[in-house]
Design a protein around this ligand. Structure first.
Ligand code: RB5
Length: 145
């Protein structure tokens, strides 16, 4: 199903429960998942800490892609996109996930646990991980970022 089997995932407290469900789904699909935290349920933490950790590991080539989850997905998106090589896409549906890969070559998928159900999140992940970058005119635009 998936092409490269390594993936990073991280969340704050608001994304913790959804993250657990997504890890289960990914592992059932033979993905090698590295959880960047938070590791505790119910303890309020700061989302940039987990965005920064995951993005740093992508920079170190530990995995080509990552998934970040907070309450809305907005904070994680803002934090992740401060990293130069990161193109983080907050996706609310499968179409956004598809286009984030085809047009933007997004390497981080961001989800909002208070916005997106686990069923929708799984569908979004499937598309995100199985859609290739379309290159061509889109590469030129990415080069301008
Ligand atoms: C935490 O309450 C919440 O602010 C955080 O998860 C996220 O939604 C921020 O953008």
């Amino acid at each position: 199903m998936f092409k490269n089997k390594k993936i990073l995932i991280g969340s704050d407290h608001a994304g913790f429960d959804l993250k657990k469900e997504l890890i289960k789904f990914l592992e059932e699909n033979k993905y090698e998942v590295h959880d960047c935290g938070t590791y505790k349920s119910g303890e309020s933490v700061d989302y940039p800490d987990y965005a920064n950790k995951l993005c740093s590991l992508i920079k170190l080539n530990k995995a080509p892609k990552g998934i970040l989850i907070c309450g809305t997905g907005i904070g994680m998106s803002i934090a992740a996109n401060r990293h130069k090589i990161i193109r983080a896409a907050l996706c609310l549906d499968s179409e956004m996930a598809k286009l984030s890969r085809e047009h933007n070559d997004a390497n981080v998928l961001v989800l909002g646990a208070r916005i997106t159900s686990s069923e929708d999140a799984i569908n979004i992940i499937k598309i995100f991980l199985n859609t290739n970058f379309a290159k061509g005119r889109h590469q030129k635009r990415i080069d301008k970022i």
